[in-house]
Design a protein around this ligand. Structure first.
Ligand SMILES: Cc1ncc(COP(=O)(O)O)c(C=O)c1O
Length: 337
């Protein structure tokens, strides 16, 4: 790891060199969860409310889309086509962002249209997306290309977002900036963070670890992924290094710099877990903060488990990044009845 140290203003200046379109509401609030902390007998917990980024019910991808869609705009598209999962938060936020920018959005979602349309899919329709369904990734890819060809044939200018090279870097840069926000918000109360917790499979968490190294702050970044699809330490380090290069920074993040807890996925990606559901109820019933059972609930389960294991002092400052995903509480409605 290089020993590059930068001020927040210097880091922000690097971020500001990247093309960007304004989409998200920023800065999001940093809210102290005093009742939650009291109930858990735990450290001081601050929730970074990135569920409140505004467009289409908010979430982490709106920050990412500011950079990703700016890159897409180089080709002056009028239509954005993207292939994602059936209940994707990213899809919902992409359609909302496209609406704001005056772009038509076409979704190709993996799966079949359910008998009852709920959660993110419901919002996709509400936002006016042209929604298509693909039985698997292979067919999804063919459909993306076919739909792009159709748009072109009628004089349109399509951009297939899956081919946009900025996805990983956009998320990491977005969460590098979010960390600057958090550090500044805490500093106003003369506080500095000791730990960050966030649902991430490597993109957002790469940004937080970059911030930690660049600012030279002694906090620990604890990523809690919602999937076991990746080897998170190598993926996170690679994304962090790619992002550092995109910002012109001479810094190397090693796999050993990454801390990720993969024991909160539960049965599988996309399936709620008992510990995650308990954490969703706990945040809701102590703070009125609605998490989701697929991403943020599982990350919160990691934090709750670590508090119960006695890992923290009562004066520790723990930042929990709420990355959004709340429409999933409607998809999984029976969990809360
Ligand atoms: C609500 C929510 N939290 C966290 C994540 C993970 O984000 P990343 O792996 O990009 O850091 C996602 C992305 O899919 C998400 O939808």
């Amino acid at each position: 790891m290089g020993a590059l140290r930068m001020t927040p203003a210097e880091i922000q200046a690097r971020i500001d060199t990247l093309p960007r379109v304004p989409i998200a509401l920023r800065n999001t609030p940093l809210e102290e969860a005093k009742h939650l902390s009291k109930v858990l007998g735990g450290p001081r917990i601050f929730v970074k409310r990135d569920d409140l980024t505004g467009v289409a019910l908010g979430g982490n991808k709106l920050r990412n889309l500011e950079f990703r869609l700016a890159h897409a705009m180089i080709d002056r598209p009028d239509t954005v086509i993207v292939g994602l999962d059936l209940q994707s938060n990213s899809a919902r936020q992409t359609v909302g962002a496209c609406n704001k920018l005056g772009l038509k959005a076409i979704l190709v979602l993996e799966g079949a249209k359910p008998a009852e349309v709920q959660g993110n899919l419901l919002i996709d329709y509400l936002l006016g997306a042209d929604v298509h369904f693909a039985p698997d990734r292979h067919v999804q890819r063919q459909m993306l290309d076919q739909l792009a060809a159709q748009v072109r044939a009628t004089g349109g200018r399509p951009h297939i977002l899956n081919d946009n090279p900025m996805f990983d870097v956009a998320s990491a840069v977005a969460y590098l900036e979010t960390t600057l926000e958090v550090v500044s918000q805490l500093q106003k109360n003369d506080l500095t963070p000791n730990y960050f917790y966030m649902s991430s499979s490597g993109k957002g968490s790469a940004g937080i670890i970059l911030a930690q190294k660049l600012l030279g702050l002694p906090f620990a970044m604890h990523g809690v992924p919602a999937t076991d699809e990746f080897h998170i330490p190598s993926r996170t380090a690679a994304i962090a290094n790619e992002s550092a290069a995109a910002l012109g920074l001479d810094l190397v993040i090693e796999e050993s710099d990454i801390t990720s807890f993969d024991n909160f996925v539960g049965q599988a990606y996309g399936i709620p877990s008992a510990a995650g559901d308990e954490a969703v109820r706990l945040f809701a019933r102590t703070e009125g903060i609605v998490l989701d059972p697929i991403y943020t609930g599982k990350a919160a389960a990691g934090l709750v488990a670590h508090i119960r294991e006695g890992r923290f002092n009562s004066s520790d400052i723990v930042v929990f990044v709420h990355t959004g995903g709340t429409p999933a509480v409607f998809t999984w409605n029976e969990l809360w009845l």
